[in-house]
Design a protein around this ligand. Structure first.
Ligand SMILES: C[S@@+](CC[C@H](N)C(=O)[O-])C[C@H]1O[C@@H](n2cnc3c(N)ncnc32)[C@H](O)[C@@H]1O
Length: 421
């Protein structure tokens, strides 16, 4: 009884400690608003270009030309939920971004304090639209990764943190600053709860890996040798003698002597010249290698024949396909609230997911429309600005275009500029 009481007391203290460990650390800055204030809706109206009415509810599949704050309030108001969010916001670089066609795409020039406030507001709104079994991936540069990690812990909860992925964005280049060359950026992966969609991603091992890991061959195929004992002393069958041999000191057999006998009869045990038995493990042709938190095969476009839109900071399409396959199922809805050239939208469309893409830049909207209707161009073609896009890839599914009311005039200009190209 006394023990039980002690345990309860201990648990209580444990919980308090845990709460203070995870709950009391937060990023502080001037004029930080409460979540409640941020969630107070700001009303604006949207046009759906296919319908002549305003005050529209945004629904998937949708390309939304708007500040993402307004679009997110609209989604929240209409109780729209999404299953996966990928965002690649500005990184707080202080730069102005220009497309390969020399158009001014967007400015990334907020101060540190403004930037943190900007991101916090959007992350709070994004959490509201994420379904309970959903995931969020935030792509971010070295400049802000530490701040965004703290914001994410605060908003989504440290227990919902899954990975901080290092993505190799380019290969080593001539770096002129007096510091180490920067080749990577990061993707923070969080889920809304502990129960989330996860289709374990894997890649086929290459020939070199197979030869190294499975160096031996017999009539049954390629194999490697592994020990038949494991750490720990056992008093049962697996601690007994097999073939007059005890397991090595401090270890036990992985199988009972009877099972080891059976395996040996089937030729599954290899005996070394000095009489040391090991188990043969054959290479399975369906074997996939799990993907780690270091992604070195999703670099930004780096040679002239890779097809792109020409939008600055455009991300790797295969990376988006991998994320979407791992963290959603066909028919689910994917949201990218900083969609830029529409990489996430194309990946979602090709994988039969619904999508919502939001961006406030007219050049982003124009690029998305070109991408979704005409496809991509080889990087080399941008050396001379292309007049006509090849009609190489239309999107598979129908989508709507929503325009926030203050952007309606510039939308018309964008459409005529696409048509005159
Ligand atoms: C790094 S780019 C995204 C690139 C994109 N991942 C791609 O593959 O093309 C960031 C985008 O965020 C957009 N953006 C910045 N602030 C925004 C806001 N408040 N609302 C909507 N979009 C915004 C910019 O216009 C820009 O297109």
């Amino acid at each position: 009884m006394q023990n039980q009481l002690l345990e309860k007391k201990h648990n209580k203290i444990g919980t308090i400690l845990q709460l203070s460990k995870y709950g009391s650390v937060e990023l502080s800055y001037r004029n930080k608003e409460s979540e409640e204030t941020i969630l107070n809706p700001i009303e604006t109206s949207f046009y759906n270009i296919n319908e002549v009415q305003t005050n529209i509810n945004i629904d998937s599949n949708a390309l939304v030309y708007s500040d993402n704050c307004y679009a997110l309030y609209n989604l929240i108001k209409n109780n729209i939920k999404v299953d996966l969010i990928y965002i690649d916001p500005p990184y707080c670089t202080g730069e102005k971004f220009i497309s390969r066609n020399l158009e001014q795409a967007y400015n990334d020039d907020l101060s540190l304090e403004e930037y943190i406030d900007f991101m916090r507001k959007r992350l709070i709104l994004l959490k509201e639209v994420l379904s309970d079994n959903g995931s969020i991936y935030v792509h971010i540069g070295h400049q802000m990764v530490a701040y965004i990690k703290i914001l994410m812990d605060e908003i989504f909860g440290i227990s919902n943190f899954r990975n901080i992925i290092t993505r190799k964005k380019c290969s080593s280049k001539n770096y002129t600053k007096n510091q180490y060359a920067n080749l990577n950026d990061f993707v923070l992966f969080y889920t809304k709860t502990k129960n989330y969609i996860w289709n374990k991603p894997g890649v086929m091992p290459d020939e070199e890996w197979i030869l190294k890991e499975y160096p031996k061959v017999d009539n049954n195929g390629r194999y490697k040798l592994v020990p038949i004992h494991a750490p720990g002393i056992r008093n049962g069958e697996t601690g007994k003698k097999w073939r007059n041999m005890l397991p090595p000191p401090g270890k036990h057999w992985q199988y009972t002597p009877e099972k080891l006998e059976e395996m040996d009869k089937k030729g599954e045990i290899h005996w070394s010249r000095n009489g040391n038995p090991r188990r043969k493990v054959y290479f399975d042709n369906n074997k996939l290698l799990g993907i780690t938190d270091y992604w070195d095969n999703y670099r930004d476009a780096y040679h002239q024949s890779i097809k792109i839109t020409g939008y600055p900071t455009e991300k790797n399409l295969d990376m988006l396909k991998m994320i979407i396959t791992a963290s959603s199922n066909p028919g689910d809805t994917i949201l990218d609230a900083f969609c830029g050239s529409g990489t996430t939208l194309q990946a979602a469309d090709e994988l039969d997911r619904n999508w919502i893409g939001i961006d406030q830049s007219p050049i982003a909207l124009k690029t998305c429309l070109k991408r979704l209707n005409y496809g991509l161009c080889a990087m080399g073609d941008y050396v001379k600005p292309t007049k006509k896009f090849p009609k190489s890839g239309k999107c598979k599914h129908k989508y709507n275009i929503y325009i926030e009311k203050s952007k309606y005039i510039s939308y018309k200009e964008i459409i005529s500029s696409i048509e005159s190209n």
